[in-house]
Design a binder for this molecule. Sequence first.
Ligand code: G3P
Ligand code: CA
Length: 247
Amino acid sequence: MTLSIPRLIGHRGAARHAPENTLSGMRTGALQGALWVEVDVKITRDGVPILMHDDKVDRTTNGHGLVADMDFTQVRALDAGSWFGPDFRGERVPTLAEAIEAARFLDINLNLEIKPCPGREEQTAGIALSMALNLWPADRPPPLVSSFSTEALAMARTVAPHWPRGYLMEEEPADWAAIADRLDAATINIDARRQSAGSIAAFRATGRPVLAYTVNDAQQARQLFQWGVAGVFTDTPEGLFKGLTGK
Ligand code: G3P
Ligand code: CA
């Protein structure tokens, strides 16, 4: 399967312009021209896949506590927009099902980053991807499934073997290439700040496209593209486009 990777991928939607991991964020990313939007996927205590980056709801909602200790109805009651700005008051934490439906309406693809609460790596990937597989429109290209958790990626391989997987790394372990092989990763997703021409060449030598996070500066993006990076995750798709093209 050939993976068509856009140069600019909306990060957590378009995190500079709308509250991250919300439907408004996805819509903003799409309106800014992002063909793919990256979102973070967790499950609630009662096993409902939702969009949320942190283990706690505190930073991105008006609530407190661990997602792993909350049922979906509790998470759903929270305001996930006011922290960002008054225009987003009343925004709710979306389910993964709603995000998939929104992507279809917006005509964009998704990068589903499986972001498990500690100890729930396999469970999160198993539940979220089983559900996503059932809901994913048959006429659309599959999402890219990524994770920092190799356990989650191994489960993704079991549950959705034909969906491409992105091996997401913070600090690359010495055996990263062997792990990428073992997981049958389609892409290598790396921290842009840590890279050089040499590191990108090494990743690309495995035959995999490289995606870099999080890039909001045009000069940095230009450098990464020159080194051969296929796409970058950005909080500001329109701003980065303007910076890169002058338009
Ligand atoms: O998937 C790329 C990037 O989103 C990974 O880092 O912390 O923003 O989820 P983070
Ligand atoms: Ca993410």
